[in-house]
Write a protein that binds this ligand. Structure first.
Ligand SMILES: [Ca+2]
Length: 196
């Protein structure tokens, strides 16, 4: 019993530690503020940010996005999220340290702006400017209270000491685009063990 207790204690401690790397990884081995929580957008409203402006560590490369504030609609993680169409399609990017040759997993939560013209919202994930994943989300029947977030993920092999991760809307017209939140980059997981 002593041996088993020791084992269980070790497992429990490891379990606690296992909860921490998702946050630690986001800082040390991947993106910073993948939850789009900083700066705070107006509660029950949003901020429209245009090319050249930043969302914390993220930069709006082109077009405009809406940074959705607390309470405007359901976030996937904490309270804020990003509509990749502000007044039209946008691209947001963040550059972070990587190790060349190492494989990284990008995971994120995907939904779409349920207002206006409901339907399929499309976009893509880019690594160093190269398209690595197309995504789509159908907002039909979704609401601000029930966004219907789904998990998505892709992997890439870093080619240098830094990598630029981008999310771009390919929803051509309008202010109702794909919505992303809870972006994480890590080296911990194979695709078979990651959620989503
Ligand atoms: Ca968030």
């Amino acid at each position: 019993m002593v041996a088993i207790r020791t084992y269980l204690t070790t497992v429990a401690a490891a379990g606690l530690l296992a909860l921490m790397p998702s946050t630690a990884l986001a800082v040390t081995a991947g993106v910073d503020d993948g939850s789009f929580e900083y700066p705070a957008a107006p509660a029950n409203s949003f901020s429209t940010l245009r090319a050249g402006q930043t969302i914390g560590p993220w930069t709006v490369d082109s077009g405009s996005v809406d940074l959705i504030g607390r309470g405007f609609w359901q976030a996937a993680e904490r309270v804020q999220s990003v509509d990749l169409n502000g007044t039209g399609p946008a691209r947001v990017s963040q550059t972070f340290p990587t190790t060349a040759g190492k494989t990284y997993t990008v995971s994120y939560a995907l939904a779409g702006n349920p207002e206006g013209n409901q339907g399929v919202k499309t976009g893509r994930v880019l690594i160093d400017g190269q398209n690595v994943q197309d995504f789509s989300f159908d907002t039909t029947g979704k609401t601000r209270a029930r966004m219907g977030y789904v998990g998505r993920q892709t992997t890439f092999v870093a080619t240098g000491t830094s990598t630029t991760l981008s999310f771009a809307s390919t929803t051509a017209s309008g202010a109702y685009g794909p919505v992303i939140d809870d972006v994480r980059v890590g080296t911990c997981c194979s695709c078979s063990t990651c959620s989503g």
